[in-house]
Each structure stands twice: as structure tokens, then as C-alpha cells.
Design a protein around this ligand. Structure first.
Ligand code: TYD
Ligand code: MG
Length: 454
């Protein structure tokens, strides 16, 4: 076997170079290249005689029923995975340290074990006693989960191959795993990739579902193994503001389900509690009657979610005014500000603008434009918006307010939570059910919204 030539691998994106350089040409990061032994050291078995046999798609028709999903017992988790863990699939869960990944997965494995499935939790970071301590705190110490503190992938696979095939395996975390088929240190891209490959092969062969935990770097990437993201079937991101109790689980990639669903949890002294109605939670600490806040009736996946948007517009002391955004796209904010300035005569160039989505939620929908504009104008005019109103609608560059999908679902959720009126695009009136139970106030253009508030 040819001796592997060393290569320099970017620890951020996994690109390999044959000499060291300060900047990775692939992802543009500085000082991320580390010398690693190449993967060519991995023995390749050549089995020319075993050809893959093609199947007719139709001949597999009835078979998909025995590749079912296994619900986890946590509805919010199942919502994000698309209905449970698929046999033989591998899922990567990323998130900041301390956000609650180990807590979530301890709960999931315990529930799985309690319902009679073999579930294994392998920790490469904590001792078995620590994992047990957490389970005790969660009131799950009696669940028949198998625990192990192990970091060698070969040992793990050997152990898992004994006895009945586990239905769910958690590897906490993939960065601590190592395989002796490659020489690099644990945590390096080469090791992480080779370990993930070995575990993925095991999942496909055995039919077990594997969850890999991945750490996140300061800029929110799953550290090192961006490469792993491409190898696994689904990538879930566990997010939340450190100071707040809400945690949001979001699918970044999902081969077997939707990617726009979110699962909402609350971190309590007894672990993560599922939040079945996120709107109530996001609106629970509303600052009623203060200027600069508007309630947006949004849709996350299939579920309507009401959330408060907060804006603060204050005279600037700087040459270039500040624009700070949390939970929304800053380019989208700039666009709404430009439209307000160009079409509605709202002068914002002398003001700092701060914008926040309450509860740590991240909004991606253009439908939030109208609510954002209402919050901004309300702050600038120092005039509070009606507390019983919700807003939704997309704003175009011409200043028109355009219709958005799922008007009926948004109105229904708002009515359920006691809102009495909705400010929505003129063209959306036709989509609103006659029994919406709310006063509908339509706006054709942003100018009329501004005139109403100011
Ligand atoms: P953990 O699951 O260890 O985070 P991660 O694996 O993502 O690094 O959770 C860490 C935090 O959660 C820790 O700061 C304590 C808090 N926590 C609770 O508030 N309640 C609980 O029941 C548990 C187990 C943890
Ligand atoms: Mg952990």
C-alpha cells in the first residue's frame, strides 16, 4: 500500500492542499490549515466480483412500509425530523456548548428505551457517572438506556454489533471520536470525517438510526465537519439565546422531511419541556402599549406562530448611523428602511435603528415586512400601535403591500390568542374566511400604513 502523503487540511471547510499557506483558498479563512496524514491510508478492499444489482423502482413499491419511522415520543422533535427517526439514517445535531444538546438527546434515548427499543447513549465528553447524574436530574435514571463513555469508533461498532441491533444510537460528540484507520489527532477534519463515515456505514448496514452531536464554532458553523453535513441525512440546529429559556430546534437539511418546521422547547430545572403553542410563549412578556412593537402573524413550516417585533429608532451621534438586527435578515431591514424613505417620506438617515425579534426566534419570511415597518414607524413617531392588532404582508420595492400565503391560518391563530384585528394586504381579503372573528383592515401601500400610525 502506498504511504499516505501528508496534506494540509483546512479545519473549517475540509479542503486539502499539498503545502501550507496562511489562507484557505476554498473558504477564505485564515490560519485554519493543519498538517494531517491523508486518508489514502484507509485500506480499500477491492471486491470486483460483487456487482451492485439494480432494482426496479416499482418492485420496491410495497416495501417502503417496512422502512418506517420511529416516533421519538417528543412531538416537537418529531415535527422537525418529519415524523421520527428513519431506520438506517444518520442525523447531525449542532448547537452552541451548553445549549442543551445532551439534555435533549438523553431525554430522547430514555423515551425510546422506555418504549421497549434498544437505545444506546455514547459519550465521548463526559464520564458515565456524569451522564447518569443528568438522567437522574431529568427523572429518567430508571430508563433502560445503555450508557458508555467511549471514543474509539472501532470499539463502539464492535460493541454495538453484539446482541440486538440498537434502534437509536447517540454519539456525543462526533468531534471526540477517532478511528485508527487514519493517523490524525481526534477533532481534526480527517478524523471527524473518517469516524463519521464509519458510523454512517454501520447505520446503513445495521438499520440503526444514529444521532451525531456536533459542536458549533463562534460563527455558527458546525465545527470542522462541514464535510459531515454533506454526508448525513439530516442536519438539525439547536438554537437559543443564552439568557432565555426558549430553545428552537430547526432542520437545516433533511432528506426525509421538511426543512421549514421548528420545534420549540423550554429549558427548565427538570430538562427540556416541549412547547406545543409557541405563540403563547413568545407573546407572554409583551410590553403592552409601548411604541416600537408590533405583533407579526407568521408561519413556521405548517404551524402559525405569533411573535413580537421590536424596533428602536433613535437620533444618531455617528456619521454613519447604526443598523443592528437580531432574528431577522439585515438586508431585509435595509430594504424596508429604503422603501420608507423613498416612498413614504420617512427620513431615517439621521437615526440609529435597532431591531429585535422577541423570544430568540429567527424569521425568514418576507411576510414580516409589514409588521417590521409598523414597528419602525411606531418607534420613530413615538406612537404605540393598537395592542390587539396583528400585522402581515410583504413590501415590494415600489412600496406596495403584497399578499402572502396562508392568510386563513394566520388569522385563525391570532383570533385564538385574543387579537381583535389584523392589518393585512388589500389583495389578501379574498383569502380571509368570512368567520375570521376579527376586524380586517387592508392596506394597499406602505404610505397608508404610515399615515395611520403617524
Ligand atoms: P447540556 O445538555 O449539557 O448542553 P450541551 O450538551 O449542548 O453542551 O445542557 C447544559 C445546560 O442546561 C446547563 O447549563 C444546565 C442546563 N440544564 C438545565 O437548566 N436543566 C436541566 O435539567 C439540565 C439537565 C440542564
Ligand atoms: Mg453536551
Amino acid at each position: 500500500m502506498a504511504k499516505a502523503s501528508p496534506s494540509f487540511v483546512c479545519q473549517n471547510c475540509g479542503a486539502a492542499f499539498n503545502r501550507w499557506q496562511g489562507k484557505c483558498e476554498s473558504c477564505g479563512e485564515w490560519n485554519t490549515l493543519v498538517e494531517e496524514a491523508g486518508d489514502s491510508a484507509v485500506p480499500v478492499s477491492i471486491r470486483a466480483k460483487r456487482r451492485g444489482r439494480p432494482f426496479k423502482l416499482e418492485s420496491l413499491a410495497g416495501k417502503s412500509v417496512d422502512a418506517p419511522r420511529l416516533p421519538s415520543g417528543m412531538a416537537e422533535l418529531d415535527r422537525v425530523t418529519g415524523g421520527g427517526f428513519v431506520r438506517g439514517s444518520v442525523l447531525l445535531v449542532g448547537g452552541d456548548p451548553g445549549i442543551g444538546k445532551s439534555t435533549l438527546l438523553t431525554q430522547a434515548t430514555s423515551l425510546m428505551a422506555r418504549s421497549g427499543h434498544r437505545a444506546v447513549y455514547i459519550s465521548g465528553e463526559e464520564a458515565v457517572a456524569q451522564v447518569r447524574l443528568r438522567a437522574e436530574r431529568l427523572g429518567l435514571a430508571s430508563a433502560p438506556v445503555e450508557l458508555a463513555a467511549e471514543t474509539s469508533v472501532e470499539d463502539i461498532i464492535a460493541t454495538l454489533s453484539e446482541g440486538a441491533t440498537p434502534r437509536l444510537i447517540v454519539i456525543d460528540s462526533i468531534q471526540t471520536m477517532w478511528t485508527d484507520t487514519v493517523e490524525s489527532a481526534p477533532g481534526t477534519v480527517t478524523q471527524v470525517r473518517a469516524s463519521a463515515q464509519a458510523l454512517i456505514r454501520f447505520a446503513k448496514k445495521s438499520g440503526a438510526a444514529i444521532i451525531l452531536v456536533g459542536h458549533v464554532t463562534k460563527d455558527g458553523q458546525i465545527a470542522g465537519p462541514r464535510v459531515v453535513e454533506h454526508m448525513v441525512d439530516a442536519v438539525l440546529s439547536f438554537e437559543g439565546e443564552g439568557s432565555q429559556q426558549f430553545r428552537i430546534l430547526r432542520a437545516v437539511k433533511n432528506r426525509f422531511g421538511p426543512t421549514d418546521e421548528i420545534g420549540v422547547f423550554e429549558m427548565t430545572g427538570l430538562g427540556l419541556r416541549e412547547v406545543a403553542n409557541p405563540s403563547e410563549l413568545f407573546l407572554s412578556e409583551r410590553d403592552l402599549g409601548s411604541p416600537g412593537t408590533a405583533v407579526f402573524a407568521g408561519i413556521e413550516g405548517t404551524r402559525p406562530v405569533l411573535v413580537e417585533l421590536q424596533a428602536l429608532v433613535a437620533p444618531t451621534t455617528l456619521g454613519t448611523p447604526r443598523r443592528a438586527v437580531v432574528g431577522w435578515d439585515s438586508a431585509r431591514l435595509s430594504m424596508v428602511l429604503a422603501v420608507l424613505e423613498a416612498h413614504c417620506g420617512v427620513k431615517l438617515s439621521g437615526y440609529d435603528v435597532y431591531f429585535n425579534v422577541a423570544g430568540g426566534l429567527r424569521i425568514n419570511e418576507p411576510a414580516a415586512d409589514l409588521a417590521a415597518a409598523a414597528a419602525l414607524v411606531s418607534s420613530l413617531a413615538n406612537s404605540p400601535l393598537p395592542t390587539d392588532a396583528v400585522y402581515f404582508g410583504e413590501i415590494s420595492l415600489s412600496g406596495a403591500v403584497r399578499p402572502v400565503a396562508q392568510t386563513a391560518a394566520r388569522l385563525k391563530e391570532a383570533a385564538k390568542l385574543g387579537f381583535a384585528r389584523a392589518i393585512l394586504p388589500e389583495t389578501a381579503r379574498g383569502d380571509a374566511p368570512s368567520d375570521a372573528g376579527m376586524a380586517l383592515q387592508t392596506v394597499g401601500g406602505l404610505t397608508s400604513l404610515v399615515a395611520d400610525i403617524a
